[in-house]
Design a protein. Structure first.
Length: 210
């Protein structure tokens, strides 16, 4: 009997995860059954259960891939030294993430999937641990970026790198939430809004004295 190549195994696993991701994004985690995943992926139960024993393993694998995608996007976007300012950097990261959307799914599907993962961490301790580890990793990356901004005279010495990192991550999370809920948020709008906020107190004229 011919051996199945690793390339074939990887492609089959990818097919299952993409099918599950489309189902979760479209219908939610709890409303999706394994039968729905089988139908979406176009595979038999035996083919799917060879890789994943159930929905919990599917959502865990999807969560790990999601964090890897976001970390990779940050790594790609921060290669410049000094790194670009937050308005440019965040927009670049979100563009990379959204362009790598779920295969066969619309752009909004990835944002909806992220919301599903966040919600599931409230009941799944193992998934919550994965989320916490991913968040801690992102905070370390962002804190390093803030240190680089400070070294270039762009951030005051009395501003906490950890606090600024948390705020910048919250900006990304807020954008993803709006994209999932409304689907009409453009990355360019976020970049322009951040640029405006960053300019406050810098280029605006002083208010008149009353």
């Amino acid at each position: 009997m011919a051996r199945v190549s690793q390339e074939h195994l990887d492609a089959r696993r990818r097919q299952i995860l993409d099918g599950a991701a489309r189902c979760f994004a479209r219908n939610g985690f709890h409303a999706t059954s394994m039968q729905d995943v089988l139908a979406e992926a176009g595979l038999s139960a035996g083919a799917v259960y060879r890789y994943f024993r159930g929905k919990d393993e599917l959502i865990a694998a999807i969560a790990e891939e999601t964090f890897a995608r976001i970390r990779g996007a940050f790594a790609e976007a921060t290669e410049a030294s000094p790194p670009p300012l937050p308005d440019v950097l965040i927009a670049r990261v979100l563009t990379i993430v959204l362009e790598g959307r779920i295969a066969g799914g619309e752009r909004q599907a990835f944002a909806r999937l992220v919301i599903q993962v966040w919600a599931e961490t409230l009941r799944d301790e193992a998934l919550a641990k994965t989320l916490a580890q991913g968040f801690d990793g992102l905070r370390e990356i962002w804190a390093g970026l803030v240190d680089a901004y400070r070294a270039n005279g762009l951030v005051p010495a009395d501003v906490s790198s950890a606090h600024m990192a948390r705020t910048l991550i919250a900006t990304v999370q807020g954008f993803i939430a709006q994209q999932a809920l409304f689907g009409d948020v453009e990355v360019d709008a976020l970049r322009e809004g951040l640029r405006g906020l960053m300019s406050m107190g810098v280029s605006a004229p002083a208010p008149p004295v009353r």
